[in-house]
Design a protein around this ligand. Structure first.
Ligand code: GLN
Length: 292
């Protein structure tokens, strides 16, 4: 079997399992197993697969037809143009989350510039609550060298993955990790300029209606936001003021239909509360500054 033949063969198998983009996924599998680019697949479609390559590909297909997310099968994914390792212990980073990261990077840069104008050497302190894979914490650390990050998660397994991702992206020395239940995880006296969080926010009853990839394989702990989906927003909003500097920002990712409710929660202690849309046009971020 050669590359082209595998693509045809995989396409049928994946299609039967209702995978939406079978040819593309077959290509991604080939790229990983052959350690090559997509262009190589087009140029050398008649290149024969070795027995070893074929068996690795078969193994991937067997997993994928069970609706195991492709990213778990490959073991990594891309976020903010960086590489992140993923295991079933963590939620797969979503492109929707990039808007939150970009906004925070923009604000931290402003803070750094302001400090430079005042001749002070600013370090920006950021807390990533419910870090999961660490995609938010590590991206901010990567794109803003003046940031020092603390990343927390209740799952020890997630912390291990996040830590590995900080190593992988060369920012281990600027990210501190703690395992525990929300702010209880923090050991010591911390104050932050930014608290960012993409917490679990799906309503418990809605989870069973999600795509099989998500409901059967992604960690429920990272999805379940309680009966109304708002458990974590309530808890984090209530405690965040104790950990924020004057005019510090609290920045949440939210579900597409949660902007109003989360904004209302935040308006009790925060000013300049605003909603940002993601690139798909859905409400995706609610943020505000601690009132002084
Ligand atoms: N912060 C991680 C992410 O954005 C994990 C989010 C979660 O587990 N709910 O992917």
């Amino acid at each position: 079997m050669n590359i082209n033949e595998f693509i045809h063969y995989a396409k049928d198998k994946l299609k039967n399992a209702n995978i939406e983009t079978p040819v593309q996924e077959a290509g991604v599998m080939l790229c990983q197993v052959l350690n090559c680019t997509k262009a190589y697949l087009y140029a050398f479609g008649d290149r024969e697969l070795s027995l070893d390559e074929k068996s690795k590909l078969e193994d991937m297909l067997a997993q994928r037809v069970k609706n195991i997310p492709l990213q778990y099968i490959l073991g990594d994914t891309e976020f903010m143009s960086l590489r992140f390792m993923v295991t079933p212990a963590v939620l797969i980073p979503r492109q929707d989350t990039e808007i939150l990261v970009e906004k925070v990077i923009e604000l931290t840069k402003k803070q750094v510039l302001k400090g430079q104008n005042e001749n002070s050497n600013v370090r920006v302190k950021v807390l990533d609550m419910c870090t999961g894979s660490g995609c938010i914490a590590v991206s901010i650390a990567h794109f803003c060298p003046q940031c020092d990050i603390v990343a927390c998660d209740i799952s020890q397994e997630a912390i291990k993955v996040a830590e590995a991702n900080s190593e992988l992206n060369g920012v281990r020395n600027r990210v501190e990790f703690f395992c525990g239940d929300l702010f209880e995880a923090l050991k010591g006296n911390y104050r932050f300029d930014f608290i960012v969080s993409n917490p679990p926010y799906i309503e418990t009853e809605t989870i069973c209606g999600l795509q099989k990839e998500v409901r059967s394989y992604e960690p429920e702990l990272a999805l379940d936001g309680g009966a109304d989906g708002l458990d974590f927003y309530k808890k984090i909003t209530a405690t965040a003021p104790e950990y924020l500097n004057k005019l510090g920002w609290l920045v949440f990712e939210i579900g597409y239909n949660q902007a109003e409710k989360v904004s209302a929660l935040m308006k009790e202690s925060f000013i300049n509360v605003q909603v940002l849309k993601d690139y798909g046009g859905n409400d995706r971020v609610v943020m505000g500054q601690l009132a002084v």
